[in-house]
Design a protein around this ligand. Structure first.
Ligand SMILES: Cc1ncc(COP(=O)(O)O)c(C=O)c1O
Length: 386
């Protein structure tokens, strides 16, 4: 139940990578035949990722993953004196980079979300300045699963003549991504969130976009990202993208959404003093990716609950995975207006696409007992009558 942190390789993805470790191990930049064999693997993967995003192959820049894509989008575009519009609910790959740029003279506006976790396109419009040089918004939030109105934001960006970057790391493989329809100039994705290998990803860079490479060296990736290509990783990523595209059309997401709803409704029915953060609450109709649910459990510390559930073999997250272990409550929930106590009492459940009803029913057995036990251990804190 922690698929938003990472996903396992699919056996087919592993099989596609296998020949590139030992047999076709050559450097894809070498002009000899083994090098060209490795190059063909990279080229094929580039076609698969381009299909997945609806872009040209020349617009796909392979890199090490979402963090690098996000860093490149911001640091490759923005200079002192420029203005960046982003949101308060971005992943730390964006927020930390934005704060770093702020130190060197980039002005940053962090647009707050609505209480349901969605970003109002009008708030983006209102934040525009003559110096705005980039808008960076996540396509789907890693903690709540809320899918942002990226087409509407794309129209605002296009009208203002400002490039739009989307962090689509959590959207990829869960909702279709068509970069032409959105009209974005840059978009980051990461293989390990979509059943591909860790340490590989891609940045879509629209043709004609002026962007500096973060990594300097050889002329790899059309001079946009130097370094010998991770051929097995790229091949696996391409294969994962092709499978993900098929999965988007075969009813898997409807099945997953039904399982997520079963999980959410089951927990709400079984546990007093519990509720859903973000969309789904108060009649909000903000769309969500199919696999994610974020719930609060009054009078329970989420870290203690993560540990209690772990002991029962259930892996969940008390915030974004990158923050687990930290005592700070989720910046996403706080920005949505959730109070600190409730943010500290919230858990994210994110289903793998292979999840079954039996998995969900096991969670419905384990979580209520764990919550009850933790509340019994700290009765003075319990804000609900058990
Ligand atoms: C929304 C979002 N952006 C970026 C990242 C970073 O991606 P990577 O792990 O590939 O560096 C993550 C990972 O959790 C994420 O959820």
């Amino acid at each position: 139940m922690d698929a938003n942190a990472t996903t396992p390789l699919l056996p087919d993805v592993l099989a596609s990578m296998q020949p590139y470790w030992i047999e076709h191990f050559a450097n894809a930049s070498s002009i000899h035949q083994p090098g060209q064999e490795a190059r063909r693997g990279v080229d094929h993967a580039r076609e698969q990722v381009a299909q997945f995003l609806g872009c040209r192959t020349a617009e796909v820049v392979f890199n090490s993953g979402g963090t690098e894509g996000d860093n490149t989008a911001l640091r490759g575009i923005l200079c002192a004196g420029d203005h960046l519009i982003t949101t308060a609910i971005e992943h730390s790959a964006i927020l930390t980079t934005a704060a770093h740029l702020e130190q060197s003279g980039v002005a940053v506006t962090r647009v707050a979300p609505l209480p349901d976790g969605s970003i109002d396109p009008e708030a983006i419009q209102a934040a525009l300045r003559p110096t705005t040089r980039l808008i960076s918004v996540m396509m789907a939030n890693n903690e709540t699963g809320v899918v942002q109105p990226v087409e509407a934001i794309g129209r605002i960006a296009a009208k203002a003549g400002v490039p739009l970057h989307l962090d689509a790391v959590q959207a990829a493989g869960k909702v279709p991504i068509r970069v032409e329809e959105i009209g974005c100039h840059l978009l980051s994705i990461s293989a390990h969130k979509m059943h591909g290998p860790k340490g590989v990803g891609a940045l879509f860079v629209r043709r004609g976009t002026q962007i500096e490479s973060l990594v300097l060296g050889g002329g790899h990736e059309r001079r946009r990202r130097a370094g010998t290509e991770n051929v097995p990783g790229i091949v696996g990523f391409g294969h994962a993208a092709e499978i993900a595209q098929k999965t988007l059309a075969d009813g898997t997401m409807d099945r997953l959404a039904a399982l997520r709803d079963r999980l959410e409704n089951g927990l709400l029915a079984r546990i007093p003093g519990c509720g859903v953060n973000g969309c789904g609450m108060n009649g909000s109709t903000a769309p969500r990716v199919a696999n994610t649910a974020n719930l609060w459990f009054d009078a329970v510390d989420s870290e203690a609950l993560v540990i209690a559930l772990d002991l029962k073999g259930l892996s969940v997250s008390g915030g974004s995975a990158c923050h687990s272990g930290a005592t700070e409550p989720s910046h996403v929930l706080l920005a949505m207006g959730v109070d600190k106590a409730r943010a500290r009492a919230s858990l994210r459940f994110s289903l793998l696409k292979t999840a079954t009803q039996a998995d969900v029913d096991a969670v419905l057995e384990i979580v209520p007992t764990a919550v009850e036990r933790l509340r019994a251990l700290a009765p003075a804190l319990a804000g609900v009558s058990a």
